[in-house]
Design a protein around this ligand. Sequence first.
Ligand SMILES: *Cc1c(COP(=O)(O)O)cnc(C)c1O
Length: 469
Amino acid sequence: MYYGDKTKEKLQNMAFGYDSRERGTILPKTKINSESINAQAAKALIKNELLDEGTSRLNLATFCQTYMEPEALELMSETMDKNAIDKSEYPQTAELEMRCVNILADLWHSPKDMNFIGTSTVGSSEACMLAGMAMKFRWRNKRKAQGIEDNSKPNLVMSEAYQICWEKFCVYWDVELRTVPVDKQHLCLNVDKVMDYVDDNTIGIVGILGTTYTGDYEDIAALDDIIEKYNRNHPNQELVIHVDAASGGIYTPFVDPYYVWDFKLKNVVSISASGHKYGLTFPGVGWIVWKDRKYLPEELIFEVEYLGSSVPTMAINFSRSASQIVAQYYNFLRFGKEGYSLIHSRTQEVALMIGDAIRSTGFFKMYNSAKGLPIICYKLKDDAVYEDGTPVVWNLHDLSARLLMYGWQIPTYALPGALSDEVVHRIVCRADLTYNLGENFVRDLKKCISELKTARILCDEELLAGHKK
Ligand SMILES: *Cc1c(COP(=O)(O)O)cnc(C)c1O
């Protein structure tokens, strides 16, 4: 704040200068401090605390948005005080949330002759929780209606490449998680095998639009075909698909509009997505839409009496800031189809460029090079050698550590299930990784590879020398 009074400003600066009392504050770690300090000093001290966390934009491990326009930031800080659940107090904020649901239902081709219903959530995890509950309650209600009241445990079927939120769902809601194994030919859902895991107690099948491990799209259209046949032969059981489109939901429709995966498919009844992934909003927002109200059992819809009015809610969380919802609406308004298509296509181009550059080094076996999500996933070849015949003695963990010296965060991890011996790097390209930044990354990666050639050998010689002594 500018007071127009230079002396006052000076005094304020002094208050959190290096010579101030506050600068010497020992930060509270196990209990709250007894004295207060001034706001600027508190901010400076906390900024210092967070200094060594790296630059989020160089963190190529995350799917989550790390950049928003200054206008969006302003809007977010101005709406931080609004409580999203307080729909009667902030009816216009509630309206913006509904508009986002409408936009997504339309983007995902919800049928005109059905009544879709949806909500914002904190992220895909909460949205998947809701999707799973709806499937479980529908399965139970159906069985009750058929007079089946045994204690069979319900199960949910998906590929082994599922995201951790599904494991949580199954533990929290007492559902058996049935996974279809992945193998070298099937890095995601093996559609030929999926029905081996289905029985009368299957509450549904999850299809993933862009697996977290490699970014592959599961073949949801093929899955729908198989389920349609199954449902025709099992009139008492209606198998349904939930699409976990955490990453693809607000990416694929813009980059690959002809790819069929959404409500166009008869048995896809609900879709969830993370607004904070390719929805381009800062973390804290997800979405779920059911194509018709009948797929969301009434028991899961609560009417909240709030300040004299009644509003339906189906989310698990109650109070939270509305600023992410406002920011999501800002993005939809600001970018439109045109903007989202342009931004995501650029991201795809960057990913393709990085993928090509990595492949052409000759050291790596590629698992994905921006086919599906703009993700590059690769492992080190077993017989990798430098051009002069020097064998590669480093591994991907060494390469990650080396890249971190240049600020780049690239995760090294094992693939799921039977592929757990396969250690890979996964690079997630996001909108703020521009083409130029991408080129810098490739340059740094090549530098690291060349540095590791000697760095490791020197290290080994030292070790050897040490042993000889
Ligand atoms: C990221 C992700 C999730 C969890 O999403 P959050 O928004 O972080 O809760 C679920 N499923 C898939 C496939 C994901 O990639």
